[in-house]
Ligand binder design. Structure first.
Ligand code: PHE
Length: 332
């Protein structure tokens, strides 16, 4: 019987080795260790052996089963690993391949204009200044030579914020309060531009939107004149729009500049579009900003970034820029 056991063991190991998949291995396991397996049959025959042989045969049988079981375990691990590796290869995704029909997003047309303008002005030696969108009425009006009751306040369609004393907090109606904040924190000479969001209680139409963007410019230095202002406006419009565009100043009134002007840009087709306001900083505004008007003079200008972008790209309705129709935005 012990000799037979050696044959059974060898046959069992060969069957295990031959299994190439987990399924085949499962079948082999039943064949070599199941009820009908030669080793199990030998087990059942143990009882009929003479008592003196039974002990050695039993030991040999156990040893054979152990060898077979160990080989089964090892083969199970081997096949599981192989199957897992095959699965990984089969399910592999090539993430390095960029599909060509996916479009990549880009900055909004107004953001593009904002950033280009920053580039133009920093290229001319200006720094970027900032101020809060929720502003005190003092910075937004009083300090800009618009005292309470001044008719110019009505022209701004101000949105008030319910904070502090009634009427004391506003959503800034223009970027001009940044002039005051800059003068109060910096010593002249000052060369800054302040792009930012502004708010007016306007009904939206083709040329107005209640939330829009302006870019303020402020220069304070010795001996600044209207000629410097006109030259600066001409320089930035040609830098931003390119050749074929030009600018002009038309006399106007703003409480915070004296003299004041409106500036227009001429399109290559000869037509003009009003872009913003400008002028020589009023002495009262310099004083409110803590700047000595006897020594320093300056100019300021402010215009709508949204309107500038619409002019450059020939967009004839400002509202189009904010309905966020991707087919529209995609063009710019
Ligand atoms: N703040 C003015 C406006 O919003 C524009 C302006 C700025 C005019 C600076 C003169 C000087 O209409």
């Amino acid at each position: 019987m012990i000799e037979q056991l050696a044959d059974h063991e060898a046959a069992a190991l060969a069957a295990i080795e031959a299994a190439a998949t987990m399924e085949e291995l499962q079948a082999a396991k039943t064949a070599v260790l199941g009820k009908a397996a030669p080793l199990s049959e030998a087990q059942r025959r143990l009882g009929s052996l003479p008592p003196e042989d039974r002990k050695d045969a039993g030991r040999a049988l156990n040893a054979a089963r152990k060898v077979v079981e160990a080989r089964l375990d090892a083969r199970t691990t081997e096949l599981a690993e192989a199957e897992r590796a095959a699965q990984l290869v089969a399910e592999r995704l090539d993430l390095t391949e960029v599909p060509t029909d996916v479009t990549v997003g880009h900055a909004h047309v107004v953001t593009q204009a904002w950033e280009e303008l920053e580039d133009v002005f920093t290229g001319m030696g200006y720094r970027i200044a900032e101020g809060p969108q929720v502003e005190t009425d003092w910075h937004n009006f009083d300090a800009l030579n618009i005292p309470p009751g001044h008719p110019a306040r009505d022209g701004f369609d101000t949105i008030y914020v319910d904070h502090g004393k009634p009427g004391s907090t506003v959503l800034r109606t223009h970027t001009s309060p940044v002039q005051i904040r800059t003068m109060l924190t910096e010593e002249p000479p000052i060369y800054v531009v302040a792009p930012g969001r502004v708010f007016r209680a306007d009904t939206a139409d083709a040329t107005h939107i209640p939330v829009f963007h302006q870019l303020e410019g402020l220069v304070i230095d010795e001996g600044i004149s209207l000629a410097d202002l006109a030259g600066t406006i001409e320089a930035f419009t040609t830098a931003y729009f390119g050749p074929g565009f030009s600018s002009r100043l038309r006399p106007n009134y703003f409480p915070f500049t004296e003299p004041s002007a409106e500036f227009d840009v001429q399109r290559p087709d000869g037509t003009w579009l009003e872009l913003g306001g400008c002028g020589i900083v009023h002495p009262n505004v310099l004083r409110a900003g803590g700047v000595d008007p006897e020594r320093w003079t300056g100019f300021a200008f402010g215009f709508g970034i949204d309107r500038l972008a619409s002019l450059k790209f020939g967009i004839d309705d400002l509202r189009e820029m904010y309905t966020n129709d991707i087919r529209f935005l995609h063009q710019f």
